[in-house]
Write a protein that binds this ligand. Structure first.
Ligand SMILES: Nc1ncnc2c1ncn2[C@@H]1O[C@H](COP(=O)(O)OP(=O)(O)OP(=O)(O)O)[C@@H](O)[C@H]1O
Ligand SMILES: [Mg+2]
Length: 270
């Protein structure tokens, strides 16, 4: 099982779109996928066709209960799983109630490792676990990064997404040192790209110059079908099979699988 967080503390850069579309592309390839929505905005849960509960969250209850001293049973964790009729994978949905996690857990122990404890019994059930993070380095995000093998950083072409990247990498390094020394950046995914627009081309050039091979070769073009598919409660796969954004997400998924398996092989050889 490979666990991948989709994270950028900048909002609106397509973390959720990437999480749901990549999940659907992995399912299309026959992979067993679990999508975890760790964002109290619950956009991924909504996109997955799951009714969001406003003030109750089984995930919040389990995060608060799993202080790490006793392992959880598969039965305890399975109660969190909801099948998504839209994506065709299992989902652990979010709720606005997740916002209370940091405050309610404040005096507890192992605060950053609660999600890792929850996921332990599910390790053999999935090939990929994708975690959609909130746009902040909250305790929820720390839990996602502590439980992940990899992080994918979606980054759009806006000036502030670009200028925020060095700060983001500094934070990633701190988290790696403090909570998860094996966490790796799988890559930076350039999203909402408009190659006809000069600033978009320039921003891609800057990302390539700064990140080199870490920048995925695949990039996601801006496409009206993305938002339309979300309004229609569908994935791009069912809404518009010919959308350039879908083709790009399919090649990104290939690239992601390749990168993750190459890195795994390198680790095994060491
Ligand atoms: N390739 C694309 N083309 C056009 N619009 C897109 C594309 N990708 C994402 N969007 C739109 O951009 C908006 C933000 O996307 P999304 O919700 O995935 O970002 P996010 O990073 O998860 O946001 P947040 O930080 O609020 O969680 C949405 O309205 C989505 O439809
Ligand atoms: Mg989101």
């Amino acid at each position: 099982m490979t666990t991948i967080s989709l994270y950028n503390n900048k909002g609106g850069v397509a973390k959720t779109t990437t999480a749901i579309t990549t999940a659907s592309c992995l399912v299309q390839r026959g992979e067993r996928v679990l999508l975890i929505d760790l964002d109290p905005q619950a956009n991924a849960s909504d996109a997955a066709g799951i009714e969001v509960e406003e003030d109750a969250s089984l995930l919040l209850e389990l995060l608060l209960a799993s202080s790490g001293s006793t392992p959880l049973s598969l039965g305890q964790v399975e109660t969190l799983l909801c099948p998504s009729p839209v994506i065709g994978c299992d989902v652990i949905p979010a709720s606005p109630a997740l916002d209370q996690f940091a405050e309610q857990a404040a005096q507890g122990t192992n605060l950053e490792f609660r999600l890792q404890t929850i996921l332990a019994p599910l390790r053999s059930s999935y090939d990929y676990i994708l975690i959609d993070c909130p746009p902040s380095l909250s305790l929820l995000t720390m839990n996602a990064l502590a439980a992940s093998d990899y992080v994918v950083i979606p980054c759009d072409s806006s000036k502030y997404a670009l200028t925020g990247m060095s700060n983001l990498i500094a934070k990633y390094n701190t988290i790696r040192e403090s909570y998860n020394p094996t966490l790796e950046i799988a890559g930076i995914l350039n999203t909402k790209v408009e190659m006809r627009v000069q600033t978009s081309r320039l921003s891609r050039e800057k990302l390539a110059a700064y990140f080199g091979d870490l920048l995925f070769t695949s990039y996601i073009p801006k496409s009206a079908s993305v938002e339309k598919s979300q309004y229609a409660n569908e994935t791009l796969l069912t809404y518009d099979r010919h959308s350039p954004a879908l083709t790009a997400y399919q090649s990104f998924t290939e690239e992601l699988i390749q990168r993750v398996s190459t890195k795994k092989k390198q680790q095994t050889n060491h």
